[in-house]
Design a protein around this ligand. Structure first.
Ligand SMILES: Cc1cc2nc3c(=O)[nH]c(=O)nc-3n(C[C@H](O)[C@H](O)[C@H](O)COP(=O)(O)OP(=O)(O)OC[C@H]3O[C@@H](n4cnc5c(N)ncnc54)[C@H](O)[C@@H]3O)c2cc1C
Length: 418
């Protein structure tokens, strides 16, 4: 019997959820395409950037994930275009035909139209970003050891993070943990107190989508840990090692831009209906108009919930959409109607430091402190792919929690920008 050919582009949360569900149906043959040979567990990238975890622990390879699925082929390649009239997608210059296509290529860091900022300062979206930030920070400490010019030394010891959402908060908290609990007795050319960690947010509070009380708790906790939190100061100028707000100029060797995401430019090439943010306007069943056999899911999609608010760029949204796309493809194969997507909101959380986190469970119940931290640990461990990764990460976290220092501090100059 001829199998239905489904091509899934993007092995992120949405692409994996769809492929896993489709793989259970022997009538379909799935080709999963990704420009990397691995899946990126983005929620823990900040721990790679701050030396807590190694890349392989948050980036399992796609071939390993699907090794037991006979009807899934993994293809490493970059999608460059779509020829929907011929039902084919262009990957590394070659055409790949499909009966159904699912696009789940995620988004990229937004610099709000300031493209020169993109070249100057990394975001935290992929593994390369995490490794660049880690290397830059470690290299700055090495240089500060021997730097005699006080001004340059201050610059080397300053880290500025722009964006007070979960990524910025988690990154700032982890850097403060590194400074307060891991790096002692290792440097003699400067005092650890001289490491300055600054978190800058344009809005009047941290973690804007969460209840205000959780944002305030996060600010107080970060400040207790030694992070300088600056609110209501949008960045107006940004270049390598320098940023400017209305109130101040900050010189920092390590600057990280953590201020949200937008659609990938590729989307404009093949999609007729896009938003200002470059995301795809899909139908309620996640089909991309006007093509009846092309679906989109995850961060690249713009869809509103029942209250008319845009769905957030979160892993559960991507996973649930991926699963919905798989159901709809199987329904079409059966000759049935597709179903509209409905998001089941489990809430959101962010970790600040050891025993301290905030969680907004089901977007209704506010949790903070040790209970939220335990919930965060549990959810993230369970969500990691593969028993080995869960075990290794659990051991590393236990090791760090007990005050034994983490080891992922190898400085690889290959990741330094030229
Ligand atoms: C630092 C960070 C922390 C986060 N923390 C949380 C959190 O704690 N909780 C939470 O719920 N959400 C969190 N998120 C958001 C969450 O990770 C995203 O919503 C989710 O990854 C979206 O899934 P996706 O499948 O749409 O895209 P992605 O996971 O981004 O996957 C897209 C995939 O497409 C591939 N790709 C891109 N372009 C191409 C191309 N042209 N050809 C082939 N392949 C391509 C990429 O390599 C990637 O594998 C975080 C995000 C970041 C960046």
């Amino acid at each position: 019997v001829k199998k239905t050919k489904v091509v899934v582009v993007g092995g992120g949360f949405a692409g994996l959820a769809a492929t896993m569900k489709l793989a259970k149906d022997e009538r379909v043959e799935v080709t999963l395409v990704d420009k990397n040979n691995y899946h990126t567990f983005q929620p823990l990238l900040y721990q790679v950037a701050t030396t807590g975890l190694e890349p392989g622990e948050v980036c399992p390879t796609l071939r390993a994930i699907f090794r037991e699925k006979d009807n899934v082929n993994v293809l490493m390649g970059e999608m460059e275009g779509l020829e929907a009239e011929n039902s084919s997608v262009v990957v590394d210059g070659e055409k790949l035909e499909y009966d159904y296509l699912m696009l789940a290529i995620g988004g990229r860091t937004t610099y709000f139209g300031n493209e020169s900022w993109r070249a100057a300062v990394p975001g935290l979206k992929g593994l390369q970003d995490a490794l660049e930030i880690r290397t830059r920070f470690l290299n700055a400490l090495e240089q500060a050891e021997t730097e005699t010019d006080e001004k340059r030394k201050r610059e080397l010891l300053t880290v500025a993070i722009v964006g007070g959402g979960p990524t910025g908060v988690e990154l700032a908290g982890a850097l403060a943990e590194l400074k307060n609990h891991v790096l002692q007795e290792q440097y003699s050319g400067f005092c650890l107190e001289d490491i300055r960690i600054v978190l800058i947010e344009a809005l009047p509070r941290l973690l804007p989508p969460m209840p205000e009380g959780l944002g305030n708790y996060t600010k107080e906790t970060l400040e207790e840990m030694g992070v300088e939190v600056i609110l209501e100061e949008p960045v107006s100028e940004l270049e390598e090692r320098r940023l400017v707000t209305e109130e101040r100029e900050i010189r920092a060797e390590t600057i990280v831009w953590a201020a949200g995401i937008e659609g990938r430019p590729l989307v404009q090439k093949f999609c007729q209906y896009t938003t200002k943010k470059g995301t795809v306007e899909v139908l309620s069943d996640l089909r991309m108009p006007p093509h009846p056999n092309v679906f989109c899911a995850g961060d690249m999609v713009h869809l509103k919930d029942e209250d008319g608010d845009p769905l957030p760029g979160l892993a559960p949204v991507a996973q649930q959409q991926g699963s919905c796309v798989a159901d709809n493809i199987l329904a079409l194969i059966e000759g049935e109607n597709t179903k509209s997507f409905h998001y089941f909101d489990k809430g959101s959380m962010a970790v600040i430091g050891r025993s301290r986190a905030v969680a907004n469970v089901f977007s209704k119940i506010s949790l903070k402190g040790p209970l939220a931290w335990l919930a965060w640990l549990f959810v993230h461990l369970l969500s990691l792919l593969g028993f080995r990764n869960r075990a290794v990460v659990l051991v590393r976290w236990f090791w760090s929690y007990m005050g034994w220092r983490h080891s992922a501090r190898v400085l690889n100059p290959a990741y330094l920008p030229e």
